[in-house]
Design a protein around this ligand. Structure first.
Ligand code: HEM
Ligand SMILES: CC(C)=CCC/C(C)=C/CC/C(C)=C/COP(=O)(O)OP(=O)(O)O
Length: 314
């Protein structure tokens, strides 16, 4: 007998050991707080890279609080739209709305509270451009991706990923009030990273996505095509990750990006070569986990580079 949530192919392990539900924990899960924490981190790096960030510390804090609240609202909107889908997937069936621990009305009130707080904080502490970009992020993920792209096209996450890629730019605009080349390159970096982040997980969960009639790439185009696309996007991410080094002359970041990107591409190659089966699923899950550490490392290296190299920006 397999334990609840565990399967011989390791797919069920994605949900990890389940913590005892509590109301606060449910609110945390509903806001997808762990994903949002990385979004906030990439925004913080966008702020730190901007000129004179320390002089604008109030805008910096308001920007981070706004993105955290708006990102959380996006996560809640996503789960309000798809409780039935969440009930059909082993990875998501214990979510608070899927299990009915939080009502739909309660979740709507929660999303509205988060969104109103985000708008208030951003309007008070940042500028109109930052507010608009953040709203685009929340609506892009919570409405456009969840309601329209996800159920209709296997390229859903390529375009949906744009919303999640915005925070480094939002961080920058919170400080400067204007656009610039470097944060736009960081948006491109997260944008091209997203498919190689998500499709390995989609490979593991392909049976659940198929049962739930969600046209994720491994369901519509098969595992082999998906693994080829993961490799393509991993290579693209590696290439784009070198652009900030070229723009700033920051060799410390450049070295870290080169090595960690080579590892990412190596994992994509290994994934492509494995025969379909439990071992491939487990390796895909490892690549998904590495993708998160990799993005965290790249953005940490950007701050390190600025601290150590002390370059100024245009
Ligand atoms: C449309 C784009 C994206 C899709 C479809 C996607 C998909 C996913 C999925 C399905 C999970 C598993 C979540 C769970 O089981 O609760 C996940 C986890 C995660 N994602 Fe993404 N993601 C996207 C963009 C991003 C972005 C832009 C970031 C950050 C910059 C990010 C950071 C994370 C993190 C940190 C986790 C781990 C959460 C945990 O440990 O519970 N994702 N992603
Ligand atoms: C700028 C700003 C505020 C942006 C917010 C964007 C945001 C919250 C992106 C998160 C991306 C994410 C968790 C995707 C999960 O995909 P999924 O919903 O298909 O996964 P699931 O099956 O786990 O629900």
């Amino acid at each position: 007998m397999l334990k609840e949530g565990l399967h011989s192919d390791g797919i069920g392990e994605l949900s990890g050991p389940r913590a005892r539900p509590s109301y606060l924990r449910d609110l945390w899960v509903l806001a997808k707080a762990r994903v949002v924490s990385l979004l906030v981190f990439t925004a913080a790096v966008g702020e730190i890279l901007a000129p004179d960030a320390l002089l604008h510390w109030e805008s910096a804090l308001a920007g981070l609080a706004g993105i955290a609240l708006a990102g959380g609202a996006g996560g809640v909107l996503n789960q309000i739209v798809e409780p039935a889908l969440d009930q059909h997937m082993r990875r998501t069936l214990h979510r608070p709305l899927a299990e009915g621990r939080i009502s739909r009305a309660g979740a709507i009130a929660y999303a509205m509270t988060l969104m109103c707080a985000a708008i208030a904080v951003l309007a008070w502490g940042t500028n109109p451009l930052t507010l608009v970009l953040t709203l685009v992020g929340t609506v892009g993920y919570g409405v456009v991706y969840t309601l329209y792209l996800k159920p209709s096209t296997p390229w859903n996450i390529v375009w949906g990923g744009l919303a999640g890629a915005l925070p480094p730019l939002i961080g920058w605009t919170a400080i400067t009030g204007s656009l610039a080349v470097l944060p736009l390159v960081l948006v491109l970096l997260v944008f091209v990273w997203t498919p190689a982040h998500f499709w390995p997980l989609a490979i593991c969960c392909r049976e659940d996505y198929a049962k739930a009639c969600i046209p994720m790439l491994p369901v519509t185009h098969g595992v082999d095509r998906t693994r080829r696309e993961v490799l393509n996007y991993a290579i693209l991410t590696w290439i784009v990750s070198m652009v900030p080094a070229l723009l700033t002359g920051d060799w410390l970041y450049g070295a870290i990006a080169w090595l960690s990107g080579a590892w990412f591409v190596g994992m994509a190659l290994r994934l492509k070569g494995l025969p379909e089966g439990p071992e491939m699923n487990r390796y895909a899950r490892r690549m998904f986990a590495y993708s998160i550490s990799y993005l965290f490392l790249l953005f940490t290296a950007l701050i390190l580079g600025k601290l150590v190299m002390g370059y100024g920006f245009f």
